[in-house]
Write a protein that binds this ligand. Sequence first.
Ligand code: NAP
Ligand code: GLV
Length: 309
Amino acid sequence: MTEVLAIRSDFERFDEWVEAFRESDLELVRWEDLKEGQAIDYVLVWQPNPGMFDQHPEIKIIFSIGAGVDHMSGKNILPEGVPVVRMVETNLTLGMTEYVVYQVLRHHRFMPHYEQFQRDRSWKEIMQVPASRRNVGIMGMGVLGTACAQALMPFGFHLFGWSRSEKHIEGIKHYHGPEQLHAMLSHCDFLVCLLPNTRETRHILCKEHLVHLPRHAVLINAGRGSLLVEDDLLSLLENDHLSAAVLDVFEEEPLPVDSPLWNHPAITVTPHIASMTVPETSAEHIWTNIKLYRLGHPLTHVADMKRGY
Ligand code: NAP
Ligand code: GLV
């Protein structure tokens, strides 16, 4: 019997998903078009609501459209014991890599200053700093953090990483655990945050930790908005401890129109677009896992929902 993959996405990309799965033997159905009592085998979803799966105890795997699964971890959202596979796919990784490299280079080469000079018709030069005199640190050396660090390597930056567990990655000085966080921060002219939102990481970008950055550091947060204490950021920018921030994610999204972050001169705001899942390349990740499941083999990139990522 043909197996069914039900898709519930915030973006209307159903036709793209159908095209992406053309090589599979699955039947794709929009979640909204499911008939009363229709059985499904797999579901692909971004933001499930409580009770969404109540009528579907038969689901075998839940695939997250995003790399993060924090929005699925609320009470009564997920059925017990069903594996949740998070999104790991080429274009999601490349998109984040482009965003992080672009934002690091943009600040490394003083582009926000030059954009202002141009608006002012002012011919001013700032002495260039070689990349070999800059340190870039990444909090969260998972799939995305590691790819970003590796993409920054050829420019000659000194690279630092921080994760929960110990790692040895060529060319990167790696720190791990809460007791090594301040030591890692003390190096970072640029701090890129690509942590997931969990009980342990919530508000980790707070004054208590960020004061350990060198003066005039730049913060780039593309992990989750809940990692950052926005008031602490504003006060660290106010007293020049930080020189700039790039924020792609916010505690409240969309960012409220009256937020002071919107028109702060040292803050770049982007609307959670650092990277997006692309159906064409994601289908391979999902289809591979479904084939592994059918063979009774372990799945890849299963989220540990107790740990939160
Ligand atoms: P991942 O592979 O699971 O990596 C997560 C990393 O965070 C791991 O290195 C992990 O350490 C580390 N970590 C988790 N909890 C920690 C803690 N308490 N202390 C120190 N390190 C901790 O995830 P990913 O695929 O790289 O994605 C990371 C996050 O990026 C997602 O969860 C999502 O929030 C965000 N994201 C944002 C966008 C966007 O457009 N803005 C797009 C995609 C993803 P270990 O390696 O030791 O486990
Ligand atoms: C986007 O934020 C994701 O988690 O993939």
